[in-house]
Write a protein that binds this ligand. Structure first.
Ligand SMILES: NC(=O)c1ccc[n+]([C@@H]2O[C@H](COP(=O)([O-])OP(=O)(O)OC[C@H]3O[C@@H](n4cnc5c(N)ncnc54)[C@H](O)[C@@H]3O)[C@@H](O)[C@H]2O)c1
Length: 386
């Protein structure tokens, strides 16, 4: 079976987990393998994904074979698959643009980015030369220009895009239309981890609604020690992440909470946590007779494998979209796999619609009767939250 040719932009912790996962699941009995949502999507199992190009800007990664670069500092994610076969993929220098926040220079080498002074390659040309079919965008939060650069390159090289970053591309009607116009799919925006703070908070929010308990106030505080958290110490880079995470929960409410009563965001950088992310969620509501109730929850995960378990599906859905000649956002897959899709819906419905997209021959667009079930809001970015 033909493999799926993938390019990776940003060889950080998430890319490391993804590449490790491709090898980890190779040759295993997939039906019995823990951690996969879909052992097969279409004709493809995880190990049918082949990385054919990788871009980064860090001098410890650029020029290195991919199988070395994924373990280079400042990456700090858990190594669950140390033996990675030799590939012919060498990490290539990308344009830095706004990928590196100035405050990174104030932190030790092992914790932060150190840009290389090599000349950047032409991303479009590399995508064409390597015959990449899908690009996974793993830019740091706040890299508005860099993400748009990769999105533009995907359009020019006619490569499908998985946008793991909260820079709004699939959920922006103008960008979505550009992908639709050239018949190339996109899944975005901002990856929603397998069992992460967002999905747990969303599902509990729906539970309150479905059980007749109005949610009066909630917060979600997150700490971690990877470069994603360090990068987000810069408040000016945080805006889109805060919108993406907050709207993802707001979208599950029958009535929006006043912005004063919902506080969600990355809260602090704790270096010794490395890639361990800890989320604290508090929800206050009123049950039968208006009697108050409170829920408090602590979730501890390894951040990057938690996202790779989702990207491994998104890539194969994008390939399915390419095979079926679908252009523009894959709406069901985006709703299931991403925090900020073009159409928000209940996660149970997103799961159902994604499964029927995978099993059937439909376009993954949410129309007709299904669209009326989408209920809750279409994506509406609320800058007033900040
Ligand atoms: N569970 C998760 O980990 C999770 C969940 C949702 C979203 N995300 C998002 O995914 C993205 C990637 O996360 P990560 O943990 O891998 O981050 P990371 O900091 O580990 O990796 C980012 C990589 O991008 C590189 N980079 C910076 N500028 C670049 C440029 N212009 N071109 C190419 N490479 C560049 C850096 O050198 C680094 O290797 C972040 O935006 C993060 O918020 C992650």
């Amino acid at each position: 079976m033909k493999r799926i040719r993938v390019a990776i932009a940003g060889v950080g912790n998430c890319a490391s987990s993804l590449v490790q996962g491709l090898e980890y699941y190779k040759g295993r009995n997939l039906e019995a393998s823990a951690g996969l949502m879909h052992p097969w999507i279409g004709d493809w199992k995880p190990s049918d994904i082949q990385v054919v190009a990788a871009f980064d800007i860090d001098r410890r990664k650029v020029g290195k074979p991919l199988e070395e670069a994924i373990f280079a500092k400042p990456n700090c994610t858990k190594v669950f698959q140390s033996a990675i076969p030799v590939s012919e993929v060498v990490v290539q220098m990308a344009p830095v643009l706004d990928g590196v926040a100035p405050h990174m220079a104030d932190y030790p080498d092992d914790e932060s980015f150190r840009p290389s002074d090599e000349e950047p390659v032409d991303i479009v040309q590399v995508l064409k030369d390597t015959k990449a079919e899908v690009l996974v965008c793993y830019m740091p939060v706040g890299s508005e220009a860099a993400v748009r650069h990769y999105a533009g390159a995907c359009l020019e090289a006619r490569v499908a895009m998985i946008n793991c970053v909260p820079v709004f591309i699939a959920s922006d009607p103008e960008w979505a239309e550009k992908f639709r116009a050239i018949g190339v799919p996109i899944v975005g925006d901002d990856i929603k981890s397998q069992i992460g703070a967002t999905i747990v908070h969303r599902v509990l929010t729906r539970l309150f609604g479905d059980r007749g308990v109005p949610l009066d106030r909630t917060y979600q505080l997150n700490t971690g020690g990877n470069t994603d958290f360090l990068n987000m110490k810069a408040m000016d880079r945080l805006k889109s992440k805060k919108i993406s995470k907050t709207e993802s929960v707001q979208s599950q409410l029958d009535e929006r909470l006043d912005s004063r009563n919902i506080h969600i965001g990355p809260s602090d950088y704790v270096p010794w946590q490395d890639d361990n992310k800890v989320a604290f969620i508090r929800m206050e509501g009123r049950g039968f007779g208006g009697v108050p109730l409170e829920l408090e929850l602590r979730l501890s995960v390894q951040d990057s494998p938690n996202s790779a378990g989702v990207v491994i599906d998104a890539i194969r859905c994008a390939k399915l979209g390419l095979a079926r000649g679908i252009g523009g956002p894959l709406e069901a897959a985006s709703a299931f796999y991403m925090k900020s899709p073009p159409k928000q819906m209940r996660d149970s419905l997103a799961c159902e619609l994604t499964n029927s997209f995978i099993q059937g021959s439909d376009t993954g667009e949410v129309v007709g009767e299904e669209a009326s079930k989408v209920a809750i809001s279409d994506q509406a970015h609320q800058p007033s939250l900040l």
